[in-house]
Design a protein around this ligand. Structure first.
Ligand SMILES: Nc1ncnc2c1ncn2[C@@H]1O[C@H](COP(=O)(O)OP(=O)(O)OP(=O)(O)O)[C@@H](O)[C@H]1O
Ligand SMILES: [Mg+2]
Length: 233
């Protein structure tokens, strides 16, 4: 599905990612962890076309996406819910979903939004309310729903647990796992709440200083606390 080979990228003259390779297969939930500043968000930005690829290859189902704009990538099936950018607080729940549907033909957008409201009943009940009045967990559901409106093949989530009350984190992660299974969408998650995300993902990569420092099964890290700690030093 997604194949990143030897990616190099950064900002201006500052290189942040140094030859990173990573795969997400059909139907998989893959987690990318690592210390602050390792370059996790930068990788997601390069995949969705927000920053240029300096070197290396990014392919979606075999087709190179290097040099594509974010809009072209959405059309190809890649959507992205960025870190901390949850919802438009002054717009209604419905309007937030309409923004997700913007790249689609109008009728299709309407159908997809209706489908999301069925999938997330809490959003249906509050469709006419300002998104800023939703709880943190509900806002995160809305951000998820908005990213799902264009019917992505690959959904990228940057710290979906950010700012959530601890008791909501498990709920949101469970929802992510359900969506992946039911909609058959592959998911790449960047996350700091490592213990909880390990319960829902199929594979884990860890980044350190712009490179992959570990790749393996979540079980390996769950059973080896020392190794997990080492990945964050
Ligand atoms: N827009 C930007 N312009 C310049 N440098 C940036 C920009 N965004 C990030 N960086 C730098 O790139 C490096 C990697 O940042 P990135 O946001 O990818 O890290 P991260 O692994 O997502 O960290 P965190 O866990 O804190 O979100 C950091 O040194 C950061 O300061
Ligand atoms: Mg980040």
């Amino acid at each position: 599905m997604l194949a990143i080979k030897e990616l190099e990228t950064g900002y201006g003259k500052k290189q942040v990612v140094f030859g990173l390779s990573l795969d997400v297969r059909e139907g998989e939930i893959v987690t990318l962890i690592g210390p602050n500043g390792a370059g996790k968000s930068t990788v997601l930005k390069a995949v969705c076309g927000l920053i240029p690829v300096w070197k290396g290859q990014i392919r979606l189902n075999g087709t190179p996406t290097n040099g594509s704009t974010p809009a072209q990538n959405v059309a190809r099936g890649i959507t992205f819910a960025p870190q901390g950018n949850r919802v438009f607080a002054d717009l209604t729940v419905m309007e937030n979903l309409e923004i997700g549907g913007y790249p689609l033909p109008r009728r299709e957008a309407k159908e997809r939004i209706a489908h999301m409201l069925e999938l997330f009943p809490v959003l249906k009940e509050r469709a006419r309310q300002d998104a800023g009045r939703l709880s943190g967990g509900e806002q995160q559901m809305l951000a998820l729903a908005r990213a799902l409106v264009p019917k992505p093949k690959l959904l990228m989530l940057d710290e979906p647990s950010l700012g959530l009350a601890p008791n909501l984190v498990a709920t949101v992660f469970k929802r992510i796992a359900d969506i992946s299974r039911d909609a058959g969408v592959a998911i790449l998650i960047v996350e700091q709440k490592v213990r909880q995300v390990l319960d829902i993902c199929h594979r884990v990569y860890s980044m350190k200083l712009g490179k992959i420092a570990f790749e393996g099964q979540p079980e390996e890290l769950k059973e080896d606390k020392a190794k997990l700690k080492d990945l964050f030093l």
